[in-house]
Design a protein around this ligand. Sequence first.
Ligand SMILES: *[C@@H]1O[C@H](CO)[C@@H](O)[C@H](O)[C@H]1NC(C)=O
Ligand SMILES: *[C@@H]1O[C@H](CO)[C@@H](O)[C@H](O)[C@H]1NC(C)=O
Ligand SMILES: *[C@@H]1O[C@H](CO)[C@@H](O)[C@H](O)[C@H]1NC(C)=O
Length: 530
Amino acid sequence: MIPILLLVFFFHLADASIPQKPLTSQNQHGPSIASATENANLLFNAIYSSMRQWGSSVQHNGMSFFPASIPEGTLLYHGSAVPDRPIGLEWLAFEIPHAEMFSVGFRRIRNRTDGGRSSESAENHVEFLDPRNMSPQYLWALEEPPNYERVPGYLQIYQVNRPLKVLYLDGMAAAKCSRGTLDSQDLLLLNLTKGDFAERERAEGLCALGEKWGVEGFIRMECGFELIKCDFSDGLDVISHKLRPNLDEPAGWNDIFLLDFVRDIANRYQGIDGGRVHLDYSSMVSAYFYPANLSNPAEDPGQWKLPRLVASEEEVLRRIKSDVELAVKDWKPTVGVDWQGVADMIVKRYSARLQWMASGMPQRTFLLQTNMLINTFIDYGVSESQDPVTVCSEHYLQPVQLVTETDRLLEAGFKTVTRRICSTIFEVRRSLLEKQKDDNINEDDDVSAEMELIRDLTTWLDWSDWKTCGQCELDEVCLIAIFPFGTVEDHYQYVSLVSFLRSRFVLKVVRRFVLSSPPSMISVLLNISV
Ligand SMILES: *[C@@H]1O[C@H](CO)[C@@H](O)[C@H](O)[C@H]1NC(C)=O
Ligand SMILES: *[C@@H]1O[C@H](CO)[C@@H](O)[C@H](O)[C@H]1NC(C)=O
Ligand SMILES: *[C@@H]1O[C@H](CO)[C@@H](O)[C@H](O)[C@H]1NC(C)=O
């Protein structure tokens, strides 16, 4: 009797110290330290880029699920042909122009060639098309849709009146394309077996899960972050619904709209600001924790490093989905460990320095830089000091209080990343010190072998910070392909090169893409849209 009681007591203790339901298991399809370690660089980057427009566009195939809350007071925007609050499910934008894009109506034009035979009542009946069903060239008034005329619609502003419990799907999960941005939804959460989802069907599928799981909405990203709000009547106060001007009239903004839109999106490259979304990293679920086959079947090698779920075993996908359910079902808006903050500390310390070293520098500067990075972790007063690579690797993880199983998986991934950074820099420094000792080659400035080690490291780390444009002119905005903007080149010149390119787009360029290639539009992402 006593041993059983003890056992029960032990489990209670274990429960108390690990509030989250344990994710790790012996199950071959379950999450493990081994998988988190294997996918460490991808996992680290997913945390670093979560809710950030830039990194999530570079690595546009999201593999992770984050329980999240939107705090009371947050403003959200909805564009519509009509002023009325929608019933049921609809989309809300975190940025104003993202909603302005949909603040338009399309009114059916009476067929003039039918000899005026249409009845008076038909003439008075105004039929509107939902702007969500319109391609962007019509939304942006670049072309007139056949049989419809564009009329100004309404910008509706809502305020969240209590914390909303939502699920954030990372990457560019609102990009309707077949390159993998929808895998976490269509293949994993919704189990699309044949055919394609229309966007509304997909949202309805998500909200059906949401109802079972106690989730009120889903945050995804395209040209701006958005929320699929499953029930518009709950949790939102109406602030206003204002009729928009006619875009081409003097009060309009047609010619500057795209540039201005992109500028607002670019403002969120490093985060959506304003504390508008809180992610609970300590409760997240990621395919990177599982033995999923993430290989990308694309023929184009540029895509190979973007993970997919198409080759993954059913059992693994089912397991991930049920763990997402466990993670959100009893979840109450809360925040765990700030893992993104930890990632920020690491990236900021090493990013520019590694980039500088990878670009080549004189031997002496190279050694000074590695000394500067490494000496911190060595006690020169102690002959047998603690292994400095370990001290270096654990430095930024030291403050973290691990609570959940997810924290342990994230720690394993982060340690793999820091260990690789630290051991590479140590190795480079050791090699440079050797060269200094050898008088014969003291003058030899060849550091190509050391540079190569750093480049292997930066290629593996693949930090999105190394792909930015630098400072723009006032009338320019730096743009990477973000659904539905940009061409395939706009994406690849960033993701396929190790060198750190500059690229800029002015309004004219963006518009040229738009005007030159309808109906495939500006984007290859959209081009192959499902
Ligand atoms: C207009 O009406 C005529 C006659 O009914 C018809 O043949 C034609 O297809 C209609 N055009 C459009 C654009 O609907
Ligand atoms: C992953 O899937 C790809 C494509 O089906 C296959 O070629 C590869 O062998 C798989 N990898 C593993 C480790 O099973
Ligand atoms: C998807 O549905 C099929 C058929 O019901 C089932 O066999 C499969 O295991 C499901 N996959 C996932 C990931 O849920």
